[in-house]
Design a protein around this ligand. Structure first.
Ligand code: HEM
Length: 478
């Protein structure tokens, strides 16, 4: 079969015709998309017109605020300059209202808007759809089911387990101090809080503080798989154990129920609404929420005390008179350290471990000052900016524990390290206990001072971290 020159020309003509049609179609689609983006941007602009904000680029918005490593400072400037809340543009067609006023917080946290997809979706492969990420009716069911896991009867025996983990860490610090008097504490504290959580929530007796997982490694895909395998193993073992032990009452009479028991018994009762996947998501959620947050909290509290020796000493004296050498710290002691508790709260104000949370408005909202936003709008509740807002906290940068003195008063939504409303932190009491135990035992054993050459630089990841770690000088006391 022969192909003539004419055939080739005809064929090419056909191809170029097709290409022309495709390019026209492409152009039309592009124009439609551009028109859609333009209209959406106009809608957003109208929605936020009552809320002034720092000048923004039409395309890059306020991206520079996030990229120059000054995000926290920029938030603080907003709180100083723009009352209650201000829009933050991410690219030209995406905006969220950053909120840092107690009345605004109260209105939003009093509703039941879902978590904003953009701020949370990236966590799903890691922790699954557990309590933190769920919304609506399923969230409500799980929350009701898990609440008994935080009853004080369950939390009481955890104090001893927490103290054991802290003592292991302090022992390690003592050894390390013979080589160097300055120590990066964040990494050690993360291992310690993971250890504590594994012991309390899953009665896991391994020693997480001797395992080696690098902070970088924890966040990669392999680590995700490893964590899931680990979770599956823990669940499988316990299921087998429970089958041997019998029903809830029998188990309860033999040993204290932990978080995993409560989940598994709940699953037995509600098999249809609570799958194995749901169970794993809850376990992973607790592993994440229950240790990174407290690690951040404890690290920043110790840093705050290191930089304020007079308050540090006052706490130490309070703890010494309560505990002596601290060999046995119990639940009963935790309510008897008022000054230390004030310092812990003041540090949580200055360095909130969860710097902010996001919501997507499921219906329009009107704030107490009459300004409003339409349904579908994104809001970022910045606890960091709230806690550093000079209209809420005079001289916000000053570490002043007396703000939390027993006779002090403040707006119900001025201090929100654990958020508020129905979606507040379910682990608040657990976290406060762990922070008290860790701070009390550390102060009994060591005097803390900052390392002036390596001051921490707070940076908002999912939890508040320091770009360069938290380095402290420690001096052995006991
Ligand atoms: C200092 C330590 C902690 C801080 C500052 C903290 C803070 C918070 C905040 C701000 C939220 C709200 C998140 C949002 O709305 O997106 C939250 C939720 C949550 N926290 Fe904590 N948390 C801490 C410790 C813990 C611990 C120890 C556990 C578990 C053992 C825990 C479990 C959870 C869970 C499961 C949720 C989701 C609750 C729900 O949506 O119903 N947290 N936490």
């Amino acid at each position: 079969m022969s192909v003539s020159v004419l055939d080739v020309i005809r064929f090419l003509g056909g191809v170029s015709g097709l290409l022309q049609v495709a390019s026209v179609l492409g152009l039309v689609l592009l124009l439609l998309k551009a028109a859609q983006l333009y209209l959406h941007r106009q809608w957003l602009l109208r929605a936020v017109q009552e809320f002034p904000s720092p000048p923004s680029h039409w395309l890059f918005g306020h991206m520079h605020e996030l990229q120059n490593g000054q995000e926290l400072q920029e938030l603080q400037k907003r709180a100083e300059k723009y009352p209650c809340a201000s829009p933050r543009w991410l690219w030209g067609s995406r905006v969220s209202l950053v909120v840092y006023d107690p009345d605004y917080m109260k209105v939003i946290l009093g509703r039941s808007d879902p978590k904003s997809d953009g701020s949370y979706r990236f966590m799903a492969p890691w922790i699954g759809y557990g309590l933190l990420l769920l919304n609506g009716q399923t969230w409500f069911q799980h929350r009701r089911m898990l609440t008994p896991a935080f009853h004080y009867d369950i939390l009481k025996p955890y104090v001893g387990l927490m103290a054991d983990s802290v003592q292991v860490m302090l022992g390690k610090w003592e050894e390390l101090l013979s080589q160097n008097s300055s120590l990066e504490i964040f990494g050690h504290i993360s291992l310690m809080t993971l250890d504590t959580l594994m012991k309390c929530a899953f009665s896991y007796q391994g020693n997480k503080q001797a395992d080696r997982l690098t902070p970088e490694g924890r966040w990669n895909h392999r680590a995700c798989q490893l964590a899931h395998q680990h979770t599956d193993r823990v669940i499988k073992l316990r299921k087998a154990q429970l089958q041997e032990e019998g029903n809830l009452e029998k188990v309860r009479s033999k040993r204290h129920l932990d978080f995993l028991d409560i989940l598994l018994f709940a699953q037995m009762e509600n098999k249809s609404s609570f799958s194995d996947k749901d169970l794993r998501a809850e376990v992973d959620t607790f592993m994440f929420e229950g240790h990174d947050t407290t690690a951040s909290g404890i690290s920043w509290i110790l840093y705050a005390l290191a930089t304020h020796p007079e308050h540090q000493q006052k706490c130490r004296e309070e703890i010494q008179s309560l505990l002596g050498d601290g060999a046995s710290i119990t639940w009963g002691h935790l309510e008897q350290m008022p000054y230390t508790t004030m310092c812990i709260k003041e540090a949580l104000r200055l360095y909130p471990p969860v710097p902010g949370v996001g919501r997507e408005l499921s219906k329009p909202i009107t704030f107490p000052d009459g300004r409003s936003l339409p349904k579908g709008f994104l809001v970022l509740l910045s606890f960091y900016a709230l806690h550093h807002n000079p209209k809420v906290w005079p001289n916000p940068e000053v570490f002043d524990p007396s703000r939390f003195a027993p006779d002090s008063s403040r707006h119900s939504h001025a201090f929100l390290p654990f958020s508020g409303g129905s979606r507040n932190c379910i682990g608040k009491q657990f976290a406060m206990n762990e922070m008290k135990v860790a701070v009390a035992l550390t102060l009994l054993h060591f005097e803390l001072a900052p390392d002036p050459f390596r001051l921490p630089v707070p940076t908002p990841k999912i939890v508040l971290m320091s770009k360069n770690g938290i380095h402290l000088h420690l001096r052995k006391l006991l």
